[in-house]
Ligand binder design. Structure first.
Ligand SMILES: [Zn+2]
Length: 258
């Protein structure tokens, strides 16, 4: 790995030297949005940032400053949420990636901390980067990388927003920002529509697009699910699952002729 991997901390000459060692960049992509009574607004950005640092400590890649604003119209029912339009977001993320290709980045991993909702945008960005700009690009959603393990070890039946999974990961990554004494479980009445599910690992066979009003009706606190069962141990296991999978991808990409 390069001695220093966070590009915001490098001089341009150090960065120039680092790109002789690696052409892979991790770009944490987050959101600034309400996360209930017990978690801060920056959860979706803090998680991928911290995870990217752990990936870079174990593989050959650089880490870009995070994109802190995403597509979060459904969270605007609480203050502190910032949302940008789908098209603005796609263009911004794409332009950032294309710009890095000017100084030697060939492969970008978009490490996405905002569960499910901005997946469609990032899938399009990846396709544009590959087809129009000749870059190797990957969408790396945290939730998909830990889904298999989370399904095995979960304590709660419902964990979507700011609940068991996110709270556990924050306990592992940024414990000082978690207020477990304010964590409250919310439940959802069994009135979910067919083919839909309000769980992060659920079968949302017809996609996900709640409005802010719909979210406000579902949750008075802002979280969806039970954060009180979150533990550091669960968080460490979920984080390690994500990091080890991502490291295997970076290692494969950075192998000569890989
Ligand atoms: Zn979140």
């Amino acid at each position: 790995m390069p001695e220093k991997y966070a590009i915001a901390d490098l001089t341009w000459r150090e960065l120039d030297a680092a790109t002789d060692e690696t052409s892979t960049l991790l770009l944490p992509v987050g959101s600034t949005e309400q996360h209930g009574h017990h978690l801060p607004l920056g959860v979706d950005t803090h998680m991928p940032e911290a995870i990217c640092r752990r990936i870079a400590e174990r593989s050959r890649c650089l880490v870009a400053p995070a994109i802190p604003y995403g597509v979060s119209p459904h969270h605007t029912f609480k203050p502190g949420t910032v949302t940008v339009g789908s098209e603005t977001f796609r263009r911004y993320v794409r332009d950032v990636c294309v710009s890095t290709s000017e100084w030697g980045i060939e492969t970008v991993l978009l490490v996405n901390g905002h569960y499910l909702v901005q997946d469609p945008e990032l899938e399009i960005v990846v396709r544009d980067l590959r087809t129009d700009h000749g870059m190797r690009a990957f969408h790396v959603p945290l939730v998909d990388l830990f889904a298999d393990l989370a399904d095995e070890i979960r304590e709660s039946d419902l964990s979507f927003h700011a609940s068991e999974f996110e709270t556990s990961m924050m306990l592992a990554l940024c414990p000082d920002l978690v207020h477990m004494d304010r964590a409250e479980a919310t439940t959802i009445a069994e009135e979910a529509l067919p083919l839909t599910d309000y769980d992060a690992l659920g079968d949302n066979e017809v996609g996900w697009a709640l409005s802010a009003d719909e979210m406000a009706e579902l949750t008075p606190t802002g979280n969806l699910g039970d954060p009180t069962v979150a533990t550091v141990e669960t968080g460490e296991r979920l984080v390690e699952r994500v990091v080890s999978k991502a490291v295997s991808l970076v290692d494969a990409l950075e192998r000569p002729e890989g």
